[in-house]
Design a protein around this ligand. Structure first.
Ligand code: AMP
Ligand code: MG
Length: 521
């Protein structure tokens, strides 16, 4: 199928309330969305393409790059598209921020596939919308590349995420003050096209709830239930409670998945949490290199509110905002409270199963809780590289008389010298691990297979993405293509991509835009 064969069937604009004003000027809007056209760009050119996401839409491999660039820059509309920006609000860093909305994301339309699936196709960086406030509605190349890479990497890691279809350079520059320190610079602009069943966020529901706009809240909730959670039944208090439970369950699972691979979202505001439990809005995200639970890549987050270890807690906080918005739908606030109260325990149970799997176990073995907790202490106090160390642990041999010792781990797992006392602590742990494996009658081959299925060998570390961006800015697409290829099979040890699995090099530790990221995008 080519572009012109795509069939659009726009449920969002067809069934939800539209902003009556057809004017592209920043303003408060009391509707679910505003119709708005992308602002054309000077010289659109295709920088990257995801064949997997294209496949979701039914697009075949061979497409005319010029036509793609014209459509996915917003310069040309296809028949059936009905472009709009969504209206939502949100809690940012713990404070109600009021109306936010798609300030620079414009949904072109919903593609209906031959199989009957619907996919929202959205441009990010397509120009101002009624929600742009004082900003320009554009995105810089570096931030669009980051979103493109990570959306697809997440998918290949088996983690729910919005997807990325392509990356289009605009041929225009965008002015950004990257570190908000009075040094604005012109940077190349780019638009990323994202694809998801829906980009609805917690904030879409919070805004009508905060405005006491019951009709609009009801309409949006019914829309969500009918199209995305039809198995929960017809709209009504029971189905809405079930819907809240489902959103909570998916959000909880998402946290487990992020924790499993060491992903830090960076800005878990309620406007960045998906009602479908997808990873959404890739801004100053990052990955743990050395296992440091307090790590956040976001330099605007001085207190570490959204650091790695706090993410499950922030998810619960955000769910409590959503529960607030849900009160008119369910009626009985105690039912929602009971759900929130169950979160912690459910999270801990799921976390234990996930951590057990990372160590090769099924989760029912005795003494796991202590073993896991001591393992995390060892990782953190030695500053071990999270990704490399799990893979190295999988490779060690335990099917023998004496357990391996600290010295059997490759030195590459560690960023600094580990003290003798700490080394001894690791060795003791390795002995305990061997004991637990023996009790569970878990042999090396089976254990290794379990572990390598959940512990990736390749993640898009910040420094890798940084290098790709530098190359792209210099006109070289090859490193991006190569990284995207490697990220397709992140659980496989890939000799040809060994350099991409290497630990963070020293130069990358303090480089702006590499280890420390701002929200500027
Ligand atoms: P984010 O931090 O990307 O989640 O964005 C928070 C809010 O700011 C959202 O409403 C965005 O649409 C809006 N926003 C961020 N950057 C821009 C921009 N360059 N132009 C217009 N709106 C923006
Ligand atoms: Mg956002």
């Amino acid at each position: 199928m080519t572009l012109s064969d795509l069939i659009f069937s726009n449920r969002f604009t067809g069934q939800l309330s539209a902003d009556p004003l057809n004017e592209n000027r920043a303003r408060p809007v009391r509707a679910a969305f505003s119709r708005v056209l992308p602002t054309p760009v000077k010289n659109p050119h295709l920088l990257a393409w995801s064949p997997e996401t294209a496949g979701l839409l039914g697009l075949s491999e061979a497409q005319d790059p010029l036509a793609l660039a014209a459509v996915f820059s917003g310069n040309r509309q296809l028949s059936g598209m009905d472009p709009f920006a969504a209206c939502y609000g949100g809690h940012q860093f713990g404070h109600w921020a009021g109306q936010l909305g798609d300030g620079r994301a414009i949904t072109l339309g919903e593609v209906k596939t031959l199989g009957g699936e619907y996919w929202e196709v959205q441009l990010k960086g397509a120009g101002p919308t009624p929600y742009s406030r004082h900003a320009d509605g554009r995105a810089v190349l570096r931030s669009s590349v980051r979103e493109f890479i990570c959306s697809e990497a997440m998918h290949h890691l088996g983690i729910p995420s919005t997807r990325a279809l392509c990356l289009v350079g605009t041929g225009e520059s965008v002015i950004r003050d990257m570190f908000y320190d009075g040094h604005p610079e012109a940077e190349p602009g780019a638009i990323v096209t994202r694809v998801a069943p829906s980009f609805l966020r917690f904030g879409n529901f919070e805004l009508p709830a905060a405005r006491r706009d019951r009709d609009q809240l009801m309409q949006l909730a019914a829309f969500t239930l009918t199209h995305y959670y039809p198995e929960l039944g017809a709209p009504g208090p029971e189905a809405y409670l079930a819907l809240f439970q489902a959103v909570q369950a998916r959000t909880l699972d998402l946290m487990i998945q992020w924790m499993r691979v060491g992903f830090v979202h960076g800005v878990m505001n309620t406007d960045n949490l998906s009602i479908l439990g997808l990873t959404l809005d890739y801004g100053p995200y990052g990955w743990l290199d050395d296992f440091n639970p307090a790590f956040t890549p976001n330099t605007s987050d001085r207190e570490g509110r959204y650091c790695y270890a706090n993410q499950p807690h922030c998810a619960l906080w955000n769910l409590s905002c959503l529960a607030n918005a849900w009160v008119p739908l369910v009626g009985d606030v105690t039912l929602l409270n009971a759900e929130l109260q169950a979160f912690q325990q459910r999270y801990e149970a799921a976390h234990q199963v996930m951590m057990a799997a990372k160590l090769g176990f099924s989760g029912s073995e005795e003494g796991l809780a202590a073993l896991i907790s001591e393992w995390q202490t060892c990782l953190a106090s030695a500053g071990a590289d999270m990704t490399l160390t799990y893979r190295a642990l999988a490779d060690l041999a335990f099917d023998r008389e004496a357990a391996p010792t600290f010295g059997d781990l490759p030195p590459d797992c560690f960023y600094t010298t580990v003290s003798p006392v700490l080394q001894q602590r690791w060795t003791v742990w390795l002995q305990q691990y061997q004991d637990t494996l023996r009790h569970a009658r878990l042999g090396d081959a089976e254990r290794r297979a379990h572990m390598n299925a959940v512990n990736p060998s390749l993640i898009p570390r910040n420094y890798l993405v940084y290098q790709v961006i530098e190359a792209l800015e210099a006109g070289d697409k090859q490193p991006l293509t190569r990284l995207m290829d490697a990220l397709k099979t992140p659980y496989r040890t890939q000799a040809e991509y060994a350099d991409l699995s290497a630990r963070r090099p020293d130069w990358a530790r303090q480089v702006a835009g590499c280890s420390a990221l701002s929200c500027s995008s």
